[in-house]
Design a protein. Sequence first.
Length: 296
Amino acid sequence: MRFVGQLATGLSRLQCLRFVGSRAGYSSTAREQNNGRSVIVTGSGRGIGKGIALRLAADGYDVCVNDISANKAACDEVVRDIQGMGRNACTAIADVSKRDEVKQMVQTSVENLGPLSTLIANAGVVQIKPILELTEEDFDSVFAVNVLGVHNCFAEAASQMIRQGNCQPDRPGKLIAAASVVSFKPFERLPAYSISKWAVRGMAQVYAMDLAKHHITVNSYAPGIIGTPMWEKIDAGIGKGLPKGEVFNRSVDADIALKRPGYPSDVAKLVSFLASSDSDYITGQTQLVDGGMVFT
Ligand SMILES: NC(=O)c1ccc[n+]([C@@H]2O[C@H](COP(=O)([O-])OP(=O)(O)OC[C@H]3O[C@@H](n4cnc5c(N)ncnc54)[C@H](O)[C@@H]3O)[C@@H](O)[C@H]2O)c1
C-alpha cells in the first residue's frame, strides 16, 4: 500500500487512473454463460456433491459425476437427472485416493464432455476417534481421501487444462475443493478429519499461487453442519446412547446463529458462484457456508 501511495504522489491522479484503466480491460459485471463448459464433481453420487452436480447443470455446465464403485447406481441416477435437464453428463467411477484412477476419470470426462473447465474435489470421509487413540492407519485412511485425493484431482485436472491451452485471464480454469468449518475451528471429536480439512485450506493457497500463471484459480468451500449421510455417521458416532439425530439437533441449536441446519443446496449456491465468471478475481480463498458458526 505504501508503494501505491508513493506512486500516487509522483503521478497525477488522472495519470494513475489511466494507468490502472489500461490493465483493467477484462472485467464485465454480467455473469457469463456456462453453456459449453464441463465440470467434474467428485463424490457426487449423494449428499453435497449431488447437490453441486445438479446446481451446476442448472447453471449450464455439462457434468461428469464421480464416486466409488459401490455408488455407481446412484451416480447413474444423477446422470439421468442431469440429462433430463437438457445437459450432457457421464459417470466416471474412481477412488480419488488412487492417482491412476483419477487420471482415467479426467480422460473419461474429456472424451464424453469435451475440454475440462472446472473440477470440484468434493469427495471426503469423516472419522470419529479421540486424538490420542489415532493409529497410523487411522490417519492414513482419512488423509488418503481428504488430502491426497484433493491433490490427485487438482494435479490431474490442472495438467489437463494446461495441455488444452484454453484457460485465459478473462476465462480462467477453476479448481474448487471441499474444506469445512473445521478448517477454521476444529471439532475436538473429529481430530484427523479437522487436521485434514485444515490441509485442504492450505492446499488451495499453494495451488492458487502456482497455477495463477496458467490462468487457473483455486478456492475451497467450508460447509458447517449440513444434513447428509456424513452427518448421520457423526451423529451415530458421537451420540452413542442418545436418540438418533440428538447430537445433530443440539449442535444446530447451540452452534448456528441462523438456527437451522444447512442443506446441500446452500453449499451448491456458493459453489455455483465459485464455478462462475463472477469469481474470476478470487483465488486462494476458503469461504465458509455455515449459517453463522465461525466468524472470520
Ligand atoms: N455434511 C457436512 O456437514 C459437511 C461439513 C463440512 C464439510 N463437508 C465436506 O463436504 C464433502 C461432501 O460431504 P457430504 O456430507 O456430502 O458427505 P457424504 O458422505 O454424504 O458424501 C460423500 C461422497 O463422497 C464419496 N467418496 C468417499 N470416498 C471417496 C473416494 N475415495 N473417491 C470418490 N468418492 C468418494 C462417498 O461415496 C459419498 O458419495 C466432504 O468432503 C465433506 O468432508 C461436509
